[in-house]
Design a protein around this ligand. Structure first.
Ligand code: F6R
Length: 241
């Protein structure tokens, strides 16, 4: 695991965007695993800026997002499908047909999860997986539990994750109770992992990520075993290490 210490969120976003830009430049048809939430927003802004300067071409890039809430239409402004268009896809020259997000509306969860795993496989796996980290150590929506997850699955969001995400919704009741997420196995199979962590509320999770025991109770800790994992973390996120 390689740790890049940065001062703040702005520097974190610039560093992460440069690593993704290198991937896109060196392999124009690469498969990017993408995340949503506050953590990657600045990175996406930097990628858009690089695209606008004519430095990046996304026309052949393929993407697979980590997760989606169950029960939100892609047009819902808190769906991750909407987030990706709003924060990145609508601002670069990516072909929307090359972008993929789990379908949170498919009434058959098992079929949808199997479809998504087959899709990742058919793309040849993920070249670079961008990750945020939950305050409880989740990656994707792989919540703390008794075992690391294998394959895309529908999970019940923990009370703490719903609480953490309620800032995006009118009330806690509006936060979906379930999500579909690629598994820890799929994240570990990515050829490179890039995790960005910012803010004091991530400090305990970052401690578990960098130096804690490898345990499914701290899902991010498995990344200690990944052969090419880069962590970009700011001072506040590193305050417990
Ligand atoms: C989002 C995702 C989650 C978030 C995590 C942190 O696609 O998979 O694991 O990365 O919940 O969220 P933020 O960045 O909003 O603090």
């Amino acid at each position: 695991m390689r740790l890049i210490r940065v001062k703040d969120y702005e520097e974190l976003s610039a560093v992460a965007a440069r690593i993704i830009a290198a991937q896109v430049t060196l392999k124009p048809d690469c498969v990017l695993g993408l995340a949503t939430g506050s953590s990657p927003e600045g990175t996406y802004k930097q990628l858009i800026a690089a695209y606008e300067r004519g430095e990046l071409d996304f026309s052949q890039v393929r993407t697979v997002n980590l997760d989606e809430y169950v029960g939100l239409e892609p047009t819902h402004d808190q769906s991750y499908a909407y987030f990706m268009r709003d924060r990145l896809f609508d601002h670069i020259n990516i072909d929307l047909k090359n972008t993929n997000i789990p379908d949170g509306m498919n009434p058959d969860p098992a079929a949808e999860c199997a479809r998504y795993d087959a899709l990742i496989h058919s793309l040849g796996g993920i070249d670079l997986q961008l990750l945020g980290i939950g305050p409880n150590g989740h990656i994707g929506f792989n919540e703390p539990g008794e075992a690391f997850s294998l394959g895309t699955q529908q999970i019940e969001l923990t009370a703490s994750t719903r609480e953490a995400n309620k800032r995006f919704f009118a009330s806690l009741d509006d936060v979906p109770t379930h999500a579909r997420t690629t598994g820890t196995r799929e994240i570990m199979q990515a050829r490179r992992v890039l995790l960005v962590a910012s803010g004091a509320n991530k400090a305990q999770a970052v401690k578990g990520l960098l130096s804690g025991p490898v345990t499914p109770h701290m899902p991010c800790s498995i990344l200690q075993y990944h052969p090419d994992c880069i962590v970009v973390a700011d001072e506040a996120a590193l305050s417990a290490v």
